[in-house]
Design a protein around this ligand. Sequence first.
Ligand code: SF4
Ligand code: SF3
Length: 548
Amino acid sequence: MSMFCFQCQEAAKGTGCTIKGVCGKTDEVANLQDLLIHTIKGIAVFSKALREAGESNLPDRLIIESLFMTITNANFDEEAISNRITEALAIRKELKKRADLLGLTPEFASVDAATWFSEPALYNLKAGKVGVMNTANEDVRSLRELLVYGMKGAAAYTEHACNLGFEDEAIYAFLEKGLVATLNDNLSADEQVGLVMECGKIGVAAMALLDKANTTRYGNPEITRVNIGVGSRPGILISGHDLKDIEELLAQTEGTGVDIYTHSEMLPANYYPAFKRYKHFIGNYGNAWWKQNEEFESFNGPVLFTTNCIVPPKASSTYAERVYTTGASGYPGFAHIADRTAGKPKDFSVIIEHAKRCAPPVEIEKGEIVGGFAHAQVFALADKVVDAVKSGAIRKFFVMAGCDGRMKNRDYYTEFAEKLPGDTVILTAGCAKYRYNKLALGDIGGIPRVLDAGQCNDSYSLVVIAMKLKEVFQLYDINDLPIAYNIAWYEQKAVIVLLALLYLGVKNIHLGPTLPAFLSPNVATVLVNTFGIAPIGSVDDDMKLFLN
Ligand code: SF4
Ligand code: SF3
């Protein structure tokens, strides 16, 4: 076995990728990502001790970026990951020195994660020896990795908030605590489950922080009809989740003759007042991340990845030289836009000049999609929504947030949306929405039957809405609301959304299209028995179950 990875829903054979990732990750990249996580655990050993001693100037940013880099489909660049390991080793050395000077004796300071060292040329040798299979007990491994994947998702959201100047020390402290806990072989199963729940709490904090950052900087998302056709000028397609990047790209392209379009998870940028004012912000092009091979081809202009999810271009693709990455994302052969320095914006001029040499996008569809139903917008419609529930016009809400993916079994979600009765409303967030957001599902007294809150992190909005409904209907338990949860997952951001929902007490979530490969039978049983988590079944059976 040259690699082992089972962190996403597309893990090979439902158990794990062992030769090459289904996502396209090579064994070298997979192993280097394992080594980066291993090294970050060692950093957390010293950083945690220093924080507890009241020290500041800690490597918070390095920890969140490193976790983010290893999320599925975010970074395939061996060199970038190797450089990050080198940087991490140097920082670990500094932290150790600081801890020594203060006379601290951090727990686990002598374990391999906190002591290993080698020259970059030998990283590959080390990398094959620090993967998830090093934890022999499958239940310990399962709970450990559930925690690590939840932390990866939380770290990604924290990084976006941090880019906008919003930080929360409690999140950094938990990430250190969680990383160090994965080095502890003496934790009981209950203690490990407790950490997973605490991670859910931190997930709520990270999503709330990002919501605050996004809405403070760009205003509250509002009902928006987003154009899905094209204009006549060359364009830049921006994908991923980072709103600071699109803010700077929109500002730098204004008046240049280059238009801006969103792809996949950047679609919700169209709902923010601060971005809607730009006349050259044309709309959204295409669908969810996994359709990028064909959609980037027909787009004709440059593409900018701000985060996951990258699909390796096919050998026959002609668009690879038009793709750029920035932030945590990376791919060998794609040009990378450097991070901000000294408070200055990123410099997107190379992409803008590239766009000017390109043909305008080929139109692949026409029309509009409606979105922008984050918490403030739904609260503005609260009377209407509450009346519709009281009168029976709305029988039930279905939270269908999460991820999309390329596997055929995700047709389930399209069919489920189509078969839902006309007195039900879908609450969505994340790229899962592309399975049904272009269907003509109509409205209920002017309330669209698909309410899109935004990106996967905006699942937070759905929780805020649920809490508000609970208050309005004077219910004691969030599970007494007429809301069912039928969630689709793919990568680790969906893991933290799931943990956040569990932490908030949401029960009976259906999770699909398959349960995570990293859940051991015993851990899966705990989740089923404690939280009522269930896999999806057939559309008809699930429909009956949910509606009765
Ligand atoms: Fe396989 Fe998913 Fe890991 Fe990629 S991220 S190697 S597809 S389990
Ligand atoms: Fe999608 Fe990658 Fe998860 Fe942000 S863009 S939800 S899969």
